[in-house]
Write a protein that binds this ligand. Sequence first.
Ligand SMILES: [Zn+2]
Ligand SMILES: [Zn+2]
Length: 258
Amino acid sequence: MLIDSHCHLNFPDFAQDLPETIQRAAALGVKMMLTVNTKLSEALDIQKIADTHENVFCTVGVHPHEAMDYAAPGLCEEIITLAAHKKVVGIGETGLDYYYNKSPKESQIDSFKQHLEASIQLNLPVIIHTREADEDTLLCLKSFPKAKGVFHCFSGSEALARQALDLGYYISFSGILTFKNAEDLRKIAQFVPLDRLLVETDSPYLAPLPHRGKRNEPSFTVHTAERLAELKNVSFAEIATTTTENFFNLFNKVKRPA
Ligand SMILES: [Zn+2]
Ligand SMILES: [Zn+2]
């Protein structure tokens, strides 16, 4: 079994065929998925999807792009309130994106810190999105040493990966791992210990080869896992078992299937 640890099932790309998409994933062994919140205004939509589909879990959080719209001292409390739902198992996605800088840095940092605070109070892992913001990301994490979580859709440097691991974080690889020009990322995947790896699609974005350019969907987690198995020189079955076990260790509010 595989778990897609990061997808966006509430996005309009899935409006026409969500049940079929979830079934297609399950048929290929992707038996569980985590649909990740990017704006609080959609938190309840996501919870409804998780209520409808037994194998879908969800998170609460504000993407760094949207940080400006939710900048307020009460953000932490708002997250905590929305996270009371039984299928909310993580906080995010949050973090810092200085590549697009769609929200001012100050509001991104403030939002990130309030997510970290909420994650500690709730004892839930945090899902980190970081791009061209290594130093500030690490500074924020170091100021919340009790937090735990995952660097999602990892596309950073080797130095960032090593520091994330040193701080106890997991590293999740997406379809980018299959892209022709991702040689550096594949080198990073080779040194991340097996017990810190997760896989994800970040669908509907970033479809892996051989589907690049199409809509991405949870069933495509298989392609990233295949590539990861090659890189780690282990069987596909071992990558599936290990990343699934890692998911349950990190997102420990999710019960392991009997
Ligand atoms: Zn992201
Ligand atoms: Zn995402």
